[in-house]
Design a binder for this molecule. Structure first.
Ligand code: CA
Ligand code: CA
Length: 303
């Protein structure tokens, strides 16, 4: 009886331990790359988009990321990478270049240090930006057609998406051994013996060979990727509280901001209703908005 009780206890502990381990791995991936969601206005000329890195165990010494701008009606990607105040501020090598001719695909490569010993970033919680992308906002006339673009991380192959530890091992990849079949055609027979083989992709062929090759695959249970969104809202000038309308509530928000220590406008440009060149929001804007709302004055003109 005592023996049976012990076995039951052991089974319970093992099952319980496995259950806890699976929850822990689901909550904390070995590697997480996230492109932030960012909002800009049609009056911004450029916007910085933070990319975040979180690692639960590994130090990161180098990376390659392929980032694609989809539906590029609003913005264009720069090859400039902002590193000030980010995790890779002191890295020795940072390089970004376009892939293709349309400027919508960007490859970013970073190496912490190239001289031995390679150190790498210690595990990160993902609060400080890894680095920042820069997007130029296109002319307002082109923006009105759409108001969102996506920044997609391409992850199909190690050439597109790799993050490595100080030993240059990719983080979060599985290695599969798969058969690789090749077809051969003989170009020079001598009796039954061939002296010149040519590898071919179409029949006819005289021989087949099968090699075992190793392929790397991103382990999606270990690596989490989330793409970013850049939104450029088409807010009307004078919409100080950001609800897409220009009405009394905007006047109240402006009075609160100017005289009662209230929240600043959602977008400062939308509060510069008199279109002053210094872009400042002050009493003259309040008077302008009162004239428009109650005395038939000119509509807000932010630019
Ligand atoms: Ca409003
Ligand atoms: Ca003003």
């Amino acid at each position: 009886m005592r023996t049976r009780t012990c076995i039951l206890c052991c089974l319970f502990l093992i099952v319980g331990g496995t259950f806890l381990a699976s929850i822990a791995s689901a909550q904390t991936p070995a590697l997480e790359i996230r492109i932030d969601t960012v909002e800009a206005t049609v009056y911004d000329t450029a916007v910085e988009v933070p990319v975040y890195l979180a690692t639960s165990e590994d130090s990161v010494a180098s990376f390659t990321l392929w980032i694609r701008l989809t539906h590029p009606t609003l913005c264009s990607l720069r090859t400039e990478i902002v590193t000030a105040g980010t995790l890779i501020e002191d890295w020795q090598y940072i390089h970004a270049q376009y892939i293709g001719d349309d400027g919508n695909d960007l490859r970013v490569v970073g190496v912490h240090n190239v001289v031995f010993p390679v150190i790498g970033l210690p595990p990160q919680s993902g609060e400080t930006p890894f680095f920042k992308l820069v997007l130029d906002i296109k002319e307002p006339a082109a923006v009105f057609m759409s108001d969102e673009v996506d920044l997609e991380l391409i992850t199909q192959a190690p050439d597109f998406f790799t993050v490595s530890d100080p030993s240059q091992r990719p983080i979060g990849y599985q290695i599969d051994t798969v058969p690789d079949t090749s077809f051969w055609r003989c170009l020079a027979w001598e009796g039954e013996e061939c002296f010149d083989w040519q590898r071919v992709s179409l029949p006819p062929y005289d021989s087949i060979s099968v090699d075992l090759v190793e392929q790397l695959h991103l382990d999606t249970a270990e690596v989490h990727v989330s793409n970013g969104l850049v939104r450029v809202p088409e807010l009307p000038c004078g919409d100080i509280n950001g609800d897409n309308l220009v009405d009394l509530s905007d006047l109240i928000a402006l009075v609160s901001y100017l005289f009662q220590g209230g929240a600043p406008p959602a977008f400062v440009w939308a509060a510069n209703v008199n279109g002053s060149e210094n872009l400042e929001v002050d009493l003259s804007d309040l008077i302008y908005l009162v004239n428009f709302l109650f005395q038939g004055g000119q509509p807000p003109q932010c630019y």
